[in-house]
Design a protein around this ligand. Structure first.
Ligand SMILES: C[S@@+](CC[C@H](N)C(=O)[O-])C[C@H]1O[C@@H](n2cnc3c(N)ncnc32)[C@H](O)[C@@H]1O
Length: 344
């Protein structure tokens, strides 16, 4: 029987094989090869790539992560964890002070002029940017210059990515770090007003109550939700492609329950012009949605406040869309309340 190669070798071989098939395919279809250049495409493969190459990309990523874990000495583990939170902090700083939009898309800029354009202290910029560079976010073509990579260029071009990052840094990460204290205090409580989120934000309100009470936070969360819709796992493409929307009748109404500022409805409306949409959410989120409407506003999308724990006022819609709103882990009663308000 042939002996299995050692894990280190088999992972390296898997990375080599996947990289070879991906680069060969890119050559064949004249798609740019992976690079850090600021004008490199945001995806490794074109959207038309066959499934076996998309699978190869997944395998490549998994093997890279496993190989990294295997190659670490135990003493490397904590320094590596430290890098993750320092990188997050550096990215928050760069986005908060709007550094990225002052860097020309394809040209380097000196630290001195960048610091002056963004009104930040140059010594801080010189210390913080290199931490982001360790994540291939920005690069330094010479000791006095900073320039975009494909990652930072994408963040400079897309405010939704910046909203997402800022939400991670200001709400998600602090909440995660309060988990231990929350368990110490309340063990495994299901009450929405005693949570790690409440400890991190200094509030006794439940998560959505807190968003309602703080329009700034609510707006930030809506931006985060819109941005998350662009990521692969929860991409709106799944919503568009995995249901036969075209089969719905002309003028059919889709009620987007808890639809935030309407990103899902807007995307569906673009692809299916025969449908109409009603976006329902809390009053403050609907106010944000109305303030962000494109000009001229679409006459096929309307926005209206509605509490989804109360009976649904729109009758006979073609579809009631409940996307990512049944978020009540461990509390089936909340989920069934929400569902029953729509099916009765
Ligand atoms: C996780 S987000 C999902 C947003 C959107 N459906 C999506 O797929 O991206 C949950 C949404 O439910 C809204 N929401 C929370 N409680 C609500 C309530 N009682 N009535 C109506 N909307 C509510 C929030 O404001 C938020 O926009």
């Amino acid at each position: 029987m042939q002996k299995e190669p050692p894990l280190l070798q088999s992972l390296a071989a898997s990375i080599h094989a996947c990289a070879q098939s991906i680069t060969a395919y890119c050559d064949e279809v004249h798609y740019p090869q992976a690079s850090f250049e600021p004008d490199a495409p945001s995806t490794l493969l074109p959207s038309t790539a066959p499934q076996h190459l998309l699978d190869a990309q997944e395998t490549l990523l998994e093997s890279v992560v496993q190989l990294q874990h295997l190659a670490f000495d135990v003493s490397d583990f904590l320094p590596c964890q430290q890098v993750y939170y320092q990188q997050l902090s550096a990215l928050q700083w760069l986005c908060h002070f709007d550094i990225l939009s002052h860097i020309p898309p394809t040209m380097p800029v000196t630290y001195t002029s960048l610091a002056s354009l963004a009104s930040v202290p140059e010594p801080l910029l010189r210390r913080i940017a290199p931490m982001a560079i360790t994540a291939a976010f920005l690069c330094s073509p010479s000791p006095n210059h900073l320039a975009h990579t494909r990652l930072s260029a994408a963040f400079a071009a897309d405010p939704a990515l910046r909203d997402w990052l800022l939400y991670l840094a200001s709400a998600s990460a602090p909440t995660a770090l309060k988990l231990t204290e929350a368990t110490e205090r309340w063990e495994e409580t299901k009450k929405p007003e005693v949570t790690a989120y409440g400890l991190a934000m200094g509030t006794e309100l439940g998560f959505f109550e807190h968003l309602k009470a703080d329009p700034g936070r609510g707006k930030e969360f809506a931006g985060y939700m819109a941005a998350v819709g662009k990521s692969k796992g929860v991409s709106l493409d799944h919503l568009i492609n995995d249901f036969d929307w075209a089969s719905l009748p002309d003028g059919g109404v889709v009620v987007d329950v808890g639809g935030s500022t309407g990103h899902a409805s807007r995307t569906l409306a673009q692809t299916f012009p025969h449908l109409r949409f009603i976006v329902q959410d809390t009053p403050s989120t609907i106010a944000t949605a109305l303030s962000q409407q494109p000009s001229p506003p679409s006459d096929r999308i309307t926005y209206t406040p509605h509490d989804f724990f109360t009976p649904q006022p729109v009758r006979n819609a073609a579809i009631y869309l409940l996307r990512a709103i049944l978020l009540a882990p461990g509390n089936p009663a909340l989920v069934s309340d929400s569902l029953m308000c729509h099916v009765q």
